[in-house]
Design a protein around this ligand. Structure first.
Ligand code: NAD
Length: 256
Protein backbone atom coordinates (compact mmCIF):
# COMPACT_ATOMS: atom_id res chain seq x y z
CA UNK A 1 0.00 0.00 0.00
CA UNK A 2 1.11 3.55 -0.77
CA UNK A 3 2.70 5.18 2.27
CA UNK A 4 1.46 8.65 1.30
CA UNK A 5 -2.12 9.91 1.33
CA UNK A 6 -3.91 9.64 -2.01
CA UNK A 7 -6.52 12.02 -3.43
CA UNK A 8 -8.75 11.65 -6.49
CA UNK A 9 -9.95 14.83 -8.19
CA UNK A 10 -12.61 14.47 -10.90
CA UNK A 11 -12.85 17.03 -13.70
CA UNK A 12 -9.19 17.89 -13.08
CA UNK A 13 -8.37 18.80 -16.68
CA UNK A 14 -9.27 22.47 -16.30
CA UNK A 15 -10.46 25.24 -14.01
CA UNK A 16 -11.13 24.58 -10.34
CA UNK A 17 -10.37 20.84 -10.53
CA UNK A 18 -6.90 21.45 -11.93
CA UNK A 19 -6.18 24.02 -9.19
CA UNK A 20 -7.36 21.55 -6.52
CA UNK A 21 -5.10 18.80 -7.90
CA UNK A 22 -2.08 21.12 -7.88
CA UNK A 23 -2.84 22.36 -4.36
CA UNK A 24 -3.23 18.81 -2.96
CA UNK A 25 0.03 17.84 -4.70
CA UNK A 26 1.73 20.78 -2.95
CA UNK A 27 0.26 19.50 0.32
CA UNK A 28 2.06 16.17 -0.30
CA UNK A 29 -0.73 13.92 -1.57
CA UNK A 30 -0.19 11.46 -4.39
CA UNK A 31 -2.88 12.10 -6.96
CA UNK A 32 -5.33 10.42 -9.28
CA UNK A 33 -6.67 12.97 -11.75
CA UNK A 34 -9.72 12.33 -13.89
CA UNK A 35 -11.43 13.98 -16.83
CA UNK A 36 -13.33 12.90 -19.95
CA UNK A 37 -9.92 12.62 -21.64
CA UNK A 38 -6.82 11.82 -19.56
CA UNK A 39 -5.74 15.26 -18.23
CA UNK A 40 -2.15 15.21 -19.50
CA UNK A 41 -1.33 18.86 -18.73
CA UNK A 42 -2.52 18.57 -15.12
CA UNK A 43 -0.67 15.26 -14.76
CA UNK A 44 2.61 16.77 -15.97
CA UNK A 45 2.26 19.78 -13.65
CA UNK A 46 1.41 17.57 -10.65
CA UNK A 47 4.37 15.26 -11.34
CA UNK A 48 6.65 18.29 -11.62
CA UNK A 49 5.80 18.97 -7.96
CA UNK A 50 7.47 15.66 -7.05
CA UNK A 51 4.43 13.48 -6.29
CA UNK A 52 2.95 10.50 -8.09
CA UNK A 53 0.04 11.12 -10.44
CA UNK A 54 -2.26 8.59 -12.11
CA UNK A 55 -4.29 10.03 -15.01
CA UNK A 56 -7.65 8.34 -15.61
CA UNK A 57 -10.02 9.09 -18.49
CA UNK A 58 -13.62 8.41 -17.45
CA UNK A 59 -17.05 9.92 -17.76
CA UNK A 60 -18.00 10.25 -14.10
CA UNK A 61 -21.67 9.65 -14.91
CA UNK A 62 -20.96 6.21 -16.48
CA UNK A 63 -21.14 3.41 -13.92
CA UNK A 64 -18.78 1.05 -15.78
CA UNK A 65 -16.17 3.72 -16.46
CA UNK A 66 -16.30 4.87 -12.83
CA UNK A 67 -15.88 1.28 -11.59
CA UNK A 68 -12.87 0.79 -13.89
CA UNK A 69 -11.33 4.05 -12.61
CA UNK A 70 -11.44 2.84 -9.00
CA UNK A 71 -9.97 -0.51 -10.01
CA UNK A 72 -7.01 1.39 -11.49
CA UNK A 73 -6.65 3.48 -8.33
CA UNK A 74 -6.82 0.39 -6.13
CA UNK A 75 -4.21 -1.41 -8.26
CA UNK A 76 -1.88 1.61 -8.46
CA UNK A 77 -2.14 2.96 -4.90
CA UNK A 78 -4.08 0.42 -2.78
CA UNK A 79 -5.75 3.26 -0.85
CA UNK A 80 -7.84 6.40 -1.26
CA UNK A 81 -7.94 9.13 1.39
CA UNK A 82 -9.74 11.97 -0.35
CA UNK A 83 -12.34 12.02 -3.13
CA UNK A 84 -13.04 15.44 -4.63
CA UNK A 85 -16.24 15.14 -6.66
CA UNK A 86 -15.47 18.23 -8.73
CA UNK A 87 -16.65 17.44 -12.28
CA UNK A 88 -19.85 19.16 -13.35
CA UNK A 89 -21.57 21.01 -16.18
CA UNK A 90 -23.59 24.20 -16.30
CA UNK A 91 -25.99 24.33 -19.26
CA UNK A 92 -27.49 27.78 -19.84
CA UNK A 93 -31.25 27.31 -20.24
CA UNK A 94 -34.36 28.86 -18.73
CA UNK A 95 -36.96 26.47 -17.29
CA UNK A 96 -39.04 26.74 -20.47
CA UNK A 97 -36.06 25.73 -22.59
CA UNK A 98 -35.25 22.59 -20.58
CA UNK A 99 -36.38 19.20 -21.94
CA UNK A 100 -36.77 16.06 -19.83
CA UNK A 101 -33.71 14.67 -21.61
CA UNK A 102 -31.71 17.79 -20.66
CA UNK A 103 -32.82 17.44 -17.05
CA UNK A 104 -31.85 13.74 -16.82
CA UNK A 105 -28.47 14.34 -18.49
CA UNK A 106 -27.55 17.21 -16.18
CA UNK A 107 -28.65 15.24 -13.10
CA UNK A 108 -26.58 12.26 -14.25
CA UNK A 109 -23.42 14.34 -14.69
CA UNK A 110 -23.80 16.66 -11.68
CA UNK A 111 -25.54 14.50 -9.07
CA UNK A 112 -25.63 10.78 -9.91
CA UNK A 113 -21.91 10.93 -10.72
CA UNK A 114 -21.16 12.01 -7.15
CA UNK A 115 -23.18 9.08 -5.80
CA UNK A 116 -21.40 6.62 -8.15
CA UNK A 117 -17.97 7.93 -7.16
CA UNK A 118 -18.84 7.98 -3.47
CA UNK A 119 -20.04 4.34 -3.60
CA UNK A 120 -16.72 3.25 -5.12
CA UNK A 121 -14.65 5.45 -2.79
CA UNK A 122 -16.48 4.18 0.30
CA UNK A 123 -15.73 0.57 -0.69
CA UNK A 124 -12.03 1.48 -0.28
CA UNK A 125 -12.27 4.00 2.58
CA UNK A 126 -14.39 1.87 4.90
CA UNK A 127 -11.57 -0.68 5.13
CA UNK A 128 -9.17 2.05 6.25
CA UNK A 129 -9.24 2.53 10.05
CA UNK A 130 -8.70 6.25 9.47
CA UNK A 131 -11.65 6.49 7.03
CA UNK A 132 -11.50 9.24 4.43
CA UNK A 133 -12.91 12.52 3.11
CA UNK A 134 -15.50 13.09 0.40
CA UNK A 135 -15.69 16.67 -0.82
CA UNK A 136 -18.42 17.63 -3.30
CA UNK A 137 -18.54 20.61 -5.69
CA UNK A 138 -21.66 22.59 -4.93
CA UNK A 139 -22.15 26.29 -5.77
CA UNK A 140 -23.78 29.45 -4.51
CA UNK A 141 -26.39 28.41 -7.10
CA UNK A 142 -27.36 25.83 -4.48
CA UNK A 143 -28.56 28.77 -2.37
CA UNK A 144 -30.33 30.98 -4.92
CA UNK A 145 -31.84 30.63 -8.39
CA UNK A 146 -30.59 32.47 -11.46
CA UNK A 147 -32.98 32.79 -14.41
CA UNK A 148 -30.83 31.02 -17.01
CA UNK A 149 -29.41 28.06 -15.08
CA UNK A 150 -32.55 26.10 -14.17
CA UNK A 151 -31.10 22.56 -14.32
CA UNK A 152 -27.79 23.58 -12.76
CA UNK A 153 -29.45 25.31 -9.82
CA UNK A 154 -31.64 22.33 -9.02
CA UNK A 155 -28.68 19.93 -9.22
CA UNK A 156 -26.62 22.09 -6.86
CA UNK A 157 -29.49 22.18 -4.33
CA UNK A 158 -29.59 18.37 -4.62
CA UNK A 159 -25.88 18.16 -3.92
CA UNK A 160 -26.41 20.00 -0.62
CA UNK A 161 -29.02 17.42 0.36
CA UNK A 162 -26.89 14.50 -0.80
CA UNK A 163 -23.88 15.84 1.12
CA UNK A 164 -25.94 15.90 4.33
CA UNK A 165 -27.41 12.43 3.71
CA UNK A 166 -24.00 10.92 2.89
CA UNK A 167 -22.43 12.50 5.96
CA UNK A 168 -24.97 10.75 8.18
CA UNK A 169 -24.62 7.42 6.36
CA UNK A 170 -20.81 7.36 6.40
CA UNK A 171 -19.80 8.87 9.75
CA UNK A 172 -19.63 5.35 11.27
CA UNK A 173 -16.69 4.62 8.91
CA UNK A 174 -14.87 7.83 9.91
CA UNK A 175 -15.65 9.24 6.47
CA UNK A 176 -16.68 12.90 6.49
CA UNK A 177 -18.61 14.47 3.62
CA UNK A 178 -18.70 18.20 2.92
CA UNK A 179 -19.32 20.53 -0.02
CA UNK A 180 -17.59 23.66 -1.30
CA UNK A 181 -19.80 26.36 -2.79
CA UNK A 182 -17.93 28.82 -5.03
CA UNK A 183 -19.32 32.03 -6.50
CA UNK A 184 -18.12 33.34 -9.87
CA UNK A 185 -14.73 31.87 -10.72
CA UNK A 186 -13.25 32.67 -14.14
CA UNK A 187 -12.77 29.18 -15.59
CA UNK A 188 -13.64 27.73 -19.01
CA UNK A 189 -17.11 27.02 -17.52
CA UNK A 190 -17.60 30.71 -16.69
CA UNK A 191 -16.48 31.72 -20.19
CA UNK A 192 -19.22 29.51 -21.64
CA UNK A 193 -21.75 30.84 -19.11
CA UNK A 194 -20.97 34.47 -20.03
CA UNK A 195 -21.17 33.80 -23.77
CA UNK A 196 -24.41 31.81 -23.64
CA UNK A 197 -26.08 34.14 -21.12
CA UNK A 198 -25.25 37.11 -23.38
CA UNK A 199 -26.89 35.28 -26.29
CA UNK A 200 -30.08 34.44 -24.38
CA UNK A 201 -30.37 37.94 -22.84
CA UNK A 202 -29.43 39.56 -26.17
CA UNK A 203 -26.69 41.70 -24.59
CA UNK A 204 -22.90 41.86 -25.23
CA UNK A 205 -20.66 39.42 -23.30
CA UNK A 206 -18.94 42.46 -21.74
CA UNK A 207 -22.28 43.52 -20.20
CA UNK A 208 -22.62 40.09 -18.53
CA UNK A 209 -19.06 40.31 -17.16
CA UNK A 210 -19.66 43.89 -15.96
CA UNK A 211 -22.81 42.75 -14.12
CA UNK A 212 -20.92 39.79 -12.62
CA UNK A 213 -18.08 42.06 -11.49
CA UNK A 214 -20.49 44.56 -9.89
CA UNK A 215 -22.01 41.64 -7.93
CA UNK A 216 -18.67 40.92 -6.21
CA UNK A 217 -18.64 42.45 -2.69
CA UNK A 218 -14.82 42.20 -2.69
CA UNK A 219 -14.71 44.13 -5.98
CA UNK A 220 -12.84 41.34 -7.77
CA UNK A 221 -13.33 37.88 -9.19
CA UNK A 222 -11.89 35.06 -7.10
CA UNK A 223 -8.98 33.03 -8.47
CA UNK A 224 -9.32 29.23 -8.65
CA UNK A 225 -6.68 28.98 -5.92
CA UNK A 226 -9.10 30.40 -3.33
CA UNK A 227 -11.43 27.46 -3.97
CA UNK A 228 -8.52 25.01 -3.88
CA UNK A 229 -7.59 26.50 -0.46
CA UNK A 230 -11.06 25.63 0.87
CA UNK A 231 -10.88 22.07 -0.48
CA UNK A 232 -7.36 21.62 0.95
CA UNK A 233 -8.69 22.74 4.33
CA UNK A 234 -11.64 20.31 4.17
CA UNK A 235 -9.17 17.52 3.33
CA UNK A 236 -6.80 18.45 6.17
CA UNK A 237 -6.52 17.17 9.75
CA UNK A 238 -7.74 20.60 10.92
CA UNK A 239 -11.17 19.85 9.40
CA UNK A 240 -11.61 16.46 11.10
CA UNK A 241 -14.74 17.59 12.96
CA UNK A 242 -16.47 19.28 10.01
CA UNK A 243 -19.13 16.99 8.54
CA UNK A 244 -22.25 17.43 6.42
CA UNK A 245 -21.57 21.10 5.70
CA UNK A 246 -21.93 23.13 2.50
CA UNK A 247 -19.45 25.96 2.82
CA UNK A 248 -19.84 29.12 0.73
CA UNK A 249 -16.47 30.36 -0.52
CA UNK A 250 -17.90 33.07 -2.77
CA UNK A 251 -16.51 36.39 -1.56
CA UNK A 252 -19.81 37.10 0.21
CA UNK A 253 -22.02 37.28 -2.91
CA UNK A 254 -24.75 35.08 -1.41
CA UNK A 255 -25.29 34.43 2.29
CA UNK A 256 -26.60 31.26 3.91
P1 NAD B 1 -14.86 23.71 -16.08
O1 NAD B 1 -15.93 23.39 -17.07
O2 NAD B 1 -13.99 24.87 -16.31
O3 NAD B 1 -14.00 22.39 -15.81
C1 NAD B 1 -14.70 21.20 -15.47
C2 NAD B 1 -13.93 19.99 -15.94
O4 NAD B 1 -14.80 18.85 -15.70
C3 NAD B 1 -13.62 20.00 -17.45
O5 NAD B 1 -12.26 19.70 -17.66
C4 NAD B 1 -14.56 18.95 -18.02
O6 NAD B 1 -14.03 18.25 -19.15
C5 NAD B 1 -14.75 17.99 -16.83
N1 NAD B 1 -15.97 17.21 -16.95
C6 NAD B 1 -17.20 17.64 -17.35
N2 NAD B 1 -18.05 16.61 -17.40
C7 NAD B 1 -17.34 15.50 -17.03
C8 NAD B 1 -17.68 14.13 -16.91
N3 NAD B 1 -18.91 13.68 -17.19
N4 NAD B 1 -16.71 13.27 -16.51
C9 NAD B 1 -15.46 13.71 -16.23
N5 NAD B 1 -15.09 15.00 -16.34
C10 NAD B 1 -16.03 15.89 -16.74
O7 NAD B 1 -15.63 23.91 -14.65
P2 NAD B 1 -15.15 24.70 -13.33
O8 NAD B 1 -15.62 26.11 -13.43
O9 NAD B 1 -13.74 24.41 -13.04
O10 NAD B 1 -16.11 24.01 -12.25
C11 NAD B 1 -15.72 22.88 -11.48
C12 NAD B 1 -16.83 22.58 -10.48
O11 NAD B 1 -17.07 23.74 -9.67
C13 NAD B 1 -18.16 22.23 -11.15
O12 NAD B 1 -18.83 21.23 -10.42
C14 NAD B 1 -18.94 23.54 -11.07
O13 NAD B 1 -20.34 23.36 -11.06
C15 NAD B 1 -18.44 24.09 -9.75
N6 NAD B 1 -18.59 25.56 -9.67
C16 NAD B 1 -17.94 26.39 -10.54
C17 NAD B 1 -18.13 27.77 -10.44
C18 NAD B 1 -17.46 28.76 -11.36
O14 NAD B 1 -17.77 29.96 -11.26
N7 NAD B 1 -16.54 28.37 -12.22
C19 NAD B 1 -18.97 28.27 -9.46
C20 NAD B 1 -19.62 27.39 -8.60
C21 NAD B 1 -19.41 26.03 -8.70
Amino acid sequence: MNTKKVALVTGAGAGIGKAIALRLARDGYDLAVNDLKAPEETTAEVRALGVDCLAVAADVSDENQVHAMYQQIQEHYGRLDVLVNNAGICPIRTMEMVSVRNMINTYNINVVSMFLNAKEAVAIMKNQPWGGRIINACSQSGFRETPVTFEYTTTKWSIRGMTQAMSQALARYHITVNAYCPGTILTPMQDRIAQQTAKIMNVPVEAVREYQKKSQPLGRFQPVEEIADMVAFLASDEASGINGQDILCNGGQVMN
